[in-house]
Structures are given as structure tokens and as C-alpha cells.
Design a protein around this ligand. Structure first.
Ligand SMILES: *Cc1c(COP(=O)(O)O)cnc(C)c1O
Length: 423
């Protein structure tokens, strides 16, 4: 299996010529992945933020089976179906009140493309044809398609590879670090300057609220986010919040925007929406955005083949119901406490630049990038699945992980950093 894979299959951000470690998984249950050789790994990654309820969950399996017996898919042009309507109802109820319109997209990256297109179409619909650029902050990650790539961090997103092919947007500095950091004017001064100077060219500010994920696993304050909302209003610019990683409770609030008590004009959600079962995301917007576009242009110009896929939507409904009917706040708080205690010993290590935790997210930032060829097998030998990137050894476990399993994961992180990543 591994030999054929290496010969023919691309993996995420991987070389076709590489011999990086590759582990075949044959099943997964609760917080454990089972490898082909019978070993079990406690999963710290929740399949990149998605599998918040754990794997092979009876309620999600049942929802998928029920929907499969009814219909797996049907086109969404001119047709609708119960899973789409029920999912939209839940998203509208859970997200901040101004967000009333739902576009169901087939992945996070596509939902970001949809958000960017909505912002552009909205500005055009208002006669603001010059507003074609986005403002974002450095250190962000918004996906791998072209529109999304153009608002990713220019270095982390390897913009140099695509120079000449990507639209050139405007970048403000990385938000100052620290969830609890008090806001000072200097923190948003450059962003304010950009908007003052380029305001009439700007369609929207795009950012990941509170947590920058794949761009560096950094946390910023609700006060910063609230100030960004004010600046957008002052300059007639929309705010797009990319909650694809942070949504559905991960940071300790249902959505990261809730920490600041603000609503964006457009919000992207994905990843945990289907509980890690199927690819689906959503772009929500206000009535004002939707109605302005629709009055001027007659339509919003996007419509993927698998839009609102009933199977994915049915599982998303079940996943959201499971989340909202359970003690997710307590579970995320317990993860936060366990991550703080478990990762704290790493702070004293000479290899470590920073240790930070927010909600169900735990990060050890190293001084040098890890050697994956050594570090990845070392985690597997310790019975856990942790997938570092660059200088970051980080986890965002399923919400259902027990304290004992979490302690195993954090102990392995500290051990591997101390004894395998010698720096
Ligand atoms: C993962 C992610 C995306 C892209 O989602 P895909 O489903 O991988 O296309 C976009 N934005 C953020 C913040 C993400 O974490």
C-alpha cells in the first residue's frame, strides 16, 4: 500500500519524490486511529480541527446512513432538500444575528473564494467599482485556491512562487500576540493607515478572528478584533471573518467573533461543521450584502456541482446538534486546563521559544523547524498522532478526549521536543 502510494499519490504540501514517513490507517474510533499493523494512536489533531466528536460516532454514522437511504446527492439549482434547510437554520441561529444568508460551499477554500466574490460583487453593486482589493494581516491562512492564497501570509503562502499570477492585496502587520493583551492605538495604527490611504480601493478586510491557524498558530485579543470592526465601519469596508478553524467552539466560544461581541458582514465556517465526516463549508452574509448584490446583479455568481450535498449537510446537522446538546463549553475548558498543565514543562526547554494555549488549542513553538523524518515516527512510537509543521508542535484534540489521553498526548509532545528535537 505504502509503495503504491509513494509512486502515485500526492499528499498535502508534499514532494512526489519524497520518502517522508507515511502511516497506513485502517480504522478510527473515538480519539484513536488504528494503523494497519494494529498499533493505536491517540489523535491530537482531530484531522485538522474537524473531528471534534471523535471518530466513528454512532449519531453521525446514523445520520449518514439515514440520508444515504434517502438520497446521496441532488443538484441544488432549482431544487432544495431538508438537510440543506436544517443546516442553514442551525447556522443562522448559532452565528451572530446579522448573518442571515447561507451559501453552502464544498470546502473551506471555496467558502473563502465565495466570501471574496461576495465582497467584490457587493461593492460593485453599490457603484464602488474601484473597491477591488482586500486588506488582510500578515501571518494569515485562508486556503489553497488562488483567491484564498492571495490573502494568505506572503511568505508562509509562498507568494514568490506565484508572483505575477496572484492579485496584489494590502497587508497590515501580524496582530499583536496575546489573547489578554490590552489594546493600544499603536496595535492597529498601520491597519488604520492602510485603510485611510487606500480606503476607496478596498472591498473588505479579511482575517481569522482571535486565532491565526495554519499561518502560525498565534492568538490575538478580542479588543483588537473589535477595533478592526470599528475601522471597517469607519471606511465603508466589509469585514470577512474566516472562522473555518475557530468555529464550533474550538476557542472556548462558539465562534471566535463571540469573544469580541462583534459580527462580521461575511463569515466562513467549515472544518468541524461536519464533525470530520465529509467536506463542506459555508459562507454566511448579512441581508444587506445579499440584497444589495441581488438587486443590482440579479444573482450571486457561484454554484458548485456538489453545492449543499445532502449527505454532508445531514451529517453537519447531526454534528451541530451533538455539539449544542452536549457540554461543549466544559469539555473545551477541560482541554484548555489539561493543555496548560501538560505543556507547561516545555517552557523551560532550551529548544522552546513559546508555549501557548487557548481553548482546545495547545502550541509549543520551537526555535528551529522540526526534522519530520525523525519527529513524526517518534510520536507514533509514543502512541500518539501529532503532526508538527515548521517550528510548531501543536494539537487541537477532539472535544471528547479524556484527561488521561490528553496527558499522554502532552507528555509525548514535551518528551519529543526535549529528546528527539534536539534543536
Ligand atoms: C483549513 C482552513 C481553510 C481552508 O479550508 P479547506 O477545507 O482546507 O479548503 C481556510 N481558512 C482557514 C482559517 C483554515 O483553517
Amino acid at each position: 500500500m505504502v509503495a503504491y502510494d509513494r509512486r502515485h499519490i500526492w499528499h498535502p504540501y508534499a514532494s512526489a519524490l519524497g520518502d517522508a514517513p507515511l502511516f497506513p490507517v485502517v480504522s478510527a474510533e473515538g480519539v484513536r486511529l488504528r494503523l494497519a499493523d494494529g498499533r493505536e494512536l491517540v489523535d491530537g489533531m482531530a484531522s485538522w480541527w474537524s473531528a471534534i466528536h471523535g471518530y466513528n460516532h454512532p449519531a453521525l454514522n446514523a445520520a449518514a446512513r439515514r440520508q444515504l437511504d434517502a438520497m446521496a446527492h441532488v443538484m441544488f439549482g432549482g431544487l432544495t432538500h431538508p438537510p440543506a434547510v436544517e443546516l442553514a437554520r442551525r447556522l443562522v441561529e448559532l452565528t451572530p444575528e446579522p448573518l442571515q444568508r447561507v451559501f453552502l460551499a464544498d470546502s473551506g477554500s471555496v467558502s473563502v473564494e465565495v466570501a471574496l466574490k461576495m465582497a467584490l460583487q457587493y461593492q460593485r453593486a453599490r457603484g464602488q467599482n474601484g473597491r477591488t482589493r482586500m486588506v488582510t494581516v500578515r501571518g494569515g491562512y485562508h486556503g489553497d485556491t488562488f483567491g484564498a492564497m492571495a490573502v494568505c501570509d506572503p511568505e508562509g503562502g509562498m507568494h514568490s512562487l506565484w508572483s505575477g499570477a496572484l492579485p496584489e492585496h494590502l497587508f497590515a502587520p501580524i496582530p499583536p500576540a496575546g489573547f489578554a493583551r490590552p489594546l493600544v492605538d499603536a496595535d492597529t495604527a498601520e491597519l488604520a493607515d492602510l485603510l485611510a490611504k487606500h480606503g476607496d480601493e478596498v472591498a473588505a478586510v479579511v482575517l481569522e478572528p482571535i486565532v491565526q491557524g495554519a499561518g502560525g498558530m498565534r492568538f490575538h485579543s478580542p479588543a483588537y478584533l473589535a477595533r478592526v470592526r470599528e475601522l471597517c465601519d469607519e471606511h465603508g469596508v466589509l469585514l470577512i471573518a474566516d472562522e473555518i478553524a475557530t468555529g464550533f467552539g474550538r476557542t472556548g466560544a462558539m465562534f471566535a467573533c463571540d469573544h469580541a461581541g462583534i459580527s462580521p458582514d461575511i463569515m466562513c465556517v467549515g472544518k468541524a461543521m461536519t464533525g470530520g465526516y465529509l467536506t463542506m463549508a459555508a459562507t454566511l452574509c448579512t441581508d444587506e450584502v445579499a440584497e444589495t448584490i441581488s438587486r443590482a446583479h440579479g444573482a450571486f455568481m457561484h454554484g458548485p456541482t456538489y453545492m449543499a450535498n445532502p449527505l454532508a449537510a445531514a451529517v453537519a446537522v447531526a454534528s451541530i446538534d451533538l455539539l449544542t446538546s452536549g457540554p461543549w463549553r466544559d469539555r473545551v475548558a477541560a482541554l484548555e486546563a489539561g493543555l496548560r498543565t501538560g505543556l507547561e514543562p516545555a517552557r523551560a526547554l532550551p529548544q522552546v521559544a513559546d508555549v501557548r494555549v487557548l481553548g482546545g488549542i495547545g502550541v509549543i513553538e520551537l526555535r528551529t523547524p522540526v526534522d519530520m523524518a525523525r519527529v513524526q515516527p517518534a510520536f507514533v512510537e509514543r502512541g500518539v498522532w501529532v503532526r508538527p509543521f515548521g517550528k510548531l508542535v501543536y494539537v487541537m484534540p477532539p472535544y471528547v478526549m479524556t484527561a488521561d489521553d490528553l496527558a499522554l498526548v502532552t507528555a509525548a509532545m514535551v518528551d519529543v521536543v526535549e529528546n528527539v528535537h534536539t534543536g
